[in-house]
Design a protein around this ligand. Sequence first.
Ligand code: ZN
Length: 325
Amino acid sequence: MVQIRCCDILMKSRRRVIQALIANAIAIIIITVMPLEAHSQYTSQSSLIQNKKVFINGTGIGGVGTTFNKVVLLSFDDNLKGDFVYAKPILDKYGFKATFFIICNKTGISGTARFLNRTNWQDIAAMQKDGMDIQSHTMNHRHLNHLSANALDFEVDGSKQCLANHGYHATTFAYPYNEGSNNATVVNAVAKYYSMARSGTEPLMFLHCNGYKKQPQKDCRTYLPYGKLTYANRYAVRSLSFDVDEIKNSFNNAAIFVDFIKVVNSQNKYNSGGIINAIPPITFHDVDLATNQPYITNVDLFDQLMKYLHDNGFKILTMANLGYN
Ligand SMILES: [Zn+2]
């Protein structure tokens, strides 16, 4: 792997670059993917950054000279059929893109029981054709902390290969059950094949990884000098599984909507003047006609949530819009 020594330059100019990106300027960002072993000697600051792609390719929002202080990153786990049938048309309506994390061995299965209907490869192709970001969520959705080395490799590398066999270049991984980002064996396996991984349990991802009061850290390095994994890093991009919020609110749509507004606006005190320091990454599972069911977001509620984002000028990102310097 060729290492490009761009980090010092990026550190000095990060503020200026992000401002420039947000203003839709053509700026060059080189994302260095360093081998994991290098992290223990990695003394300069590191952070997740917003990749230029969203601003150059555009999501249909904003224009030159606009400054954005409000962004949301959307992702969907488990390739459930409702994500294609119900969520995608709503995303299309508002010009939004999202990341879809695919369980490779579960594509195309169908049945009457909950969670038995999954998107097939034709659905996934149609999503990517319309600009959706397709990434890996393992082969079989197993608990990664308890696997043999071979089985772990099959879930992590196997799913990358499986996606590659269907024409998708996965660079981001999502941990099943939110397990693994604090386990060096799992993180090292993930780091061999992916440049980032998404985990859970936080409503905000701080791009400099420095906003977690209970888990203080100064930057996004993966390991501390004595070898302990950090809480937030490129293999632990924190997100909120919105299903947890829906369960907490007993599927009361009005209460869920109020909470959603709180979550997506919690970034306000960290972002200003077009400089983004914190992003709420929201994870959904199924979007479907059902109500009152865990891990299914009702389609009318989902439309209401997306409409709020649209009408209030939020810029929508996918995992592909994040990079790591
Ligand atoms: Zn999952």
